[in-house]
Write a protein that binds this ligand. Structure first.
Ligand SMILES: O=P(O)(O)OC[C@H]1O[C@H](OP(=O)(O)OP(=O)(O)O)[C@H](O)[C@@H]1O
Ligand SMILES: Nc1nc2[nH]cnc2c(=O)[nH]1
Length: 182
């Protein structure tokens, strides 16, 4: 097991948890998408780690492409503005799309992306969210078909999730100490 980073307060999903979660998601997708050759759309940057693991847990033919979006102004709070930094290279018309995200928080990013991709007439579009933040009295704007784990209403880092581009390389998901970003 990896040593805890000094800026991390507590681990919410260990490497072992993550392996179990992603294996299960891969199995579910493989059952649902046999013969559909789904296009996994990874939402950069955060989802690149999850997507790499998810692809290897999927046992049916599939392909991958990347979209880079930016939704967070100050690194912690949603700016409410989703900006496309890099678009897909693949034509999605008629394709079965699975959007892979590392975290669903306000849901702003995914709701914007799903609408955008929907307008390109895919055969189907579903979301695989590695984690969903449990926010009291908040219902996210989108409902993922595949959900990895629920995380507490705190700022989490690791497994692709950053604060100011740091901590993405932690192999677990943990809560950042308040003093690390204040
Ligand atoms: O549900 P929401 O409130 O929209 O938040 C979720 C989004 O926020 C993070 O991305 P960020 O904009 O920080 O970019 P990154 O993936 O490059 O870290 C995360 O990776 C999700 O894409
Ligand atoms: N790193 C990180 N990015 C986020 N984007 C939305 N919520 C979070 C979070 O808790 N951590």
């Amino acid at each position: 097991m990896a040593e805890m980073h000094p800026d991390v307060e507590s681990v919410v999903l260990s490497e072992e948890d993550i392996h179990r979660i992603v294996s299960r998601m891969g199995r579910q997708i493989s059952e649902d998408y046999a013969d559909k050759n789904p296009l996994i759309v990874a939402v950069l940057r955060g989802a690149f780690v999850f997507t790499a693991d998810l692809m290897r847990a999927i046992t049916v033919p599939c392909s991958v492409d990347f979209m880079a979006v930016s939704s967070y102004g100050d690194g912690v709070k949603s700016s409410g503005v989703v900006r496309i930094v890099k678009d897909l290279d693949t034509k999605v018309e008629g394709r079965h799309i699975i959007v892979a995200e590392d975290i669903l928080d306000s849901g702003l990013t995914l709701s914007y992306l799903v609408k955008l991709l929907q307008s390109r007439k895919p055969a189907s579009i579903e979301i695989a969210a590695f984690s969903i933040k449990d926010i009291p009295n908040h219902t996210p704007a989108v409902t993922p078909r595949y959900v990895g784990a629920h995380v507490p209403d705190a700022f989490v880092v690791g497994y692709g999730l950053d604060y100011a581009e740091r901590y993405r390389n932690l192999p677990y998901v943990g809560i950042l100490k308040p003093e690390a970003y204040s």
